[in-house]
Design a protein around this ligand. Structure first.
Ligand code: G3H
Ligand code: ZN
Length: 288
């Protein structure tokens, strides 16, 4: 299976009241873990690069090639969507040029009229090439690539206008936060989610998927969320497993325990396990 766009996959997910996971990659290990988990569960998956991660890895073209070549070498047969996460206008245009399957144009920090205008332009460019587009209304709390969002609730009227541009999925702030949730987090705002889902048929996206209790995620999915973004949980799982390996002295006491192929293996497995567990939570059905 080659890379595909997200249009039908996410439209069907919204109709079928399940979600497809969107997982951020950071390097080869992450890429193998995410693709391996999706293959194991026999489900579609969205693999995404933030602007920062793509810069770290050497650019969008390299990231796309990495995913394509890894799919080939691992004999991945499930549908995979290569997506730009939280892209600005320039990054979205570059990823459309380079040949991603899907881009997020995140214009939430722009004046609304400019977000709307630029979203329209990106939709036109992407759809001309058969690619999917995600837009954002109402900022997601927390930090993403140095941008601190305060986590406002999406305005329903604005969300309707952005949805009308023909975006294929829409990220709406409903009290969700990037990174770890604070102790006093109030939880997702289901009233606002209902107001949005009642008037918007576009598949909705839940960002900041790490650390939200399973019941809240599943309730949000039952109400119209079709894409759930997860990054921090994979990072924490990787860090914990790597820490354990080193604290247990494997890097010093095992034969060639310092070899990155050994040292990074427990962390890679921890990412794969995390992705598989989230695929189960999201109820993503197996590919027929
Ligand atoms: O766009 C990516 C995410 O929304 C992931 O958020 O790091 O809190 O899981 P997270
Ligand atoms: Zn996000």
């Amino acid at each position: 299976m080659s890379l595909v766009n997200g249009n039908e996959i996410f439209a069907e997910a919204r109709k079928g009241h399940y979600a497809v996971g969107a997982f951020n990659t950071n390097n080869l290990e992450w890429t193998r873990a995410i693709l391996g988990a999706a293959q194991e569960k026999n489900t579609p998956v969205l693999i995404q690069t933030s602007m920062g991660a793509a810069k770290y890895m050497g650019g969008y073209e390299l990231c796309l090639n990495l995913v394509q070549q890894t799919m080939k070498s691992m004999n991945i047969t499930v549908p995979v969507i290569m997506h730009l996460d939280h892209g600005n206008y320039e990054a979205a245009k570059e990823c459309i040029e380079v040949g991603y399957n899907s881009v997020m144009f995140d214009g939430h920090d722009l004046p609304f009229a400019e977000n709307l205008e630029k979203t329209k332009e990106i939709v036109k460019l992407a759809h001309a090439k058969g690619m999917s587009v995600e837009a954002e209304v109402g900022s997601i709390g927390g930090e993403e690539d140095g941008i601190i969002g305060e986590g406002e609730l999406a305005d329903v009227e604005e969300a309707k206008q952005i949805a009308a541009t023909g975006v294929d999925y829409l990220a709406c702030g409903i009290g969700n936060i990037h990174g770890q949730y604070p102790e006093n987090w109030k939880g997702l705002n289901f009233d606002r989610l209902k107001e949005l889902a009642d008037v918007i048929s576009t598949p909705l996206v839940l960002h900041g998927g790490s650390g939200i209790p399973k019941e809240q995620i599943q309730k949000a999915i039952s109400m119209g969320v079709a894409k759930v973004n997860v990054n921090t949980e994979c990072q924490m799982a990787f860090a914990a497993a790597t820490r354990k390996y080193i604290e247990e002295g494997h890097d010093q006491n095992d034969i060639k325990g310092y070899d990155p192929r050994k040292l990074l293996a427990p962390g890679t497995k921890a990412i794969k396990d995390t992705v598989e567990s989230r695929i189960e939570w999201f109820g993503t059905p197996a590919v027929k």
